[in-house]
Design a protein around this ligand. Structure first.
Ligand code: CA
Length: 226
């Protein structure tokens, strides 16, 4: 079970991270809204714990942006303030639950469990299919097509393509790709990203007039139809 914890307060990060790890969860931490959106958009978490007061973008906006991007991961919002208005706006922005700081760890755990149960029992609102031009990636069947042609990808190539399909037109740096597809433990000095990009291109672009996967010199790569 992977949990994304979005919180800038180190004491709370320590407290929640320690507790969740002891319960067998894998916890990744985002310290600000930008990081939260970048990490949360990939859809690899079962729950997102999102603090309302962040140094850059506030939690409500982060939540809204994730929902607008089609991210259906359950979001538990944390706030230091306890007003009805805060609670209402938090829920309206797309959060599934809401908790006021300070809280007992047991309560946090109970709420996470409820969110995950609820999620498992329902039809996932998360996007199942992504499309850029005639390239389609289906998250459920793991099928990738360009037009009518089915393209066979390895699991890593699929994850790599998924990164781009979730954020069409956005330039992704090698570091970011490495983190998202290979995890934080990956060695940033290897050229594994470039190797896989080449492989992916061979499969999704080489036989087609319109190339979708582009190199943005000095920055990274992006996928779009322009
Ligand atoms: Ca905070």
């Amino acid at each position: 079970m992977r949990v994304l914890l979005v919180e800038d307060d180190q004491r709370i990060v320590d407290f929640v991270q320690r507790g969740l790890k002891a319960e067998g969860y894998t916890v990744e931490v985002a310290r600000n809204g930008q990081e939260a959106i970048a990490l949360g958009s990939v859809g690899k978490f079962q729950v997102i714990i999102l603090d309302l007061g962040l140094p850059d973008i506030n939690g409500r906006d982060v939540c809204e942006r994730l929902r607008n991007a089609g991210v259906g991961t359950p979001i538990l919002m944390l706030t230091a303030r306890d007003t009805v208005q805060d609670k209402v706006t938090g829920l309206r922005s797309g959060a599934d639950d809401y908790m006021t700081k300070p809280f007992a760890f047991e309560e946090l755990l109970a709420r996470i469990e409820v969110l995950m149960r609820r999620r498992n029992g329902e039809i996932k609102p998360e996007t199942k299919e992504f499309q850029v031009a005639d390239l389609v990636l289906n998250m459920e069947t793991h099928e990738v097509r360009r037009g009518e042609t089915v393209i066979e990808l390895t699991p890593k190539e699929f994850s790599l393509l998924e990164c781009f399909m979730r954020m069409p037109g956005k330039v992704l740096s090698r570091t970011r790709i490495l983190e998202q597809v290979w995890g934080y433990s990956a060695d940033p000095l290897t050229n594994v990203v470039d190797v896989y990009i080449r492989q992916l291109r061979r499969k999704i672009d080489d036989d087609y007039a319109i190339k979708l996967l582009k190199t943005v010199r000095g920055f990274g790569y992006k996928l779009d139809a322009l």
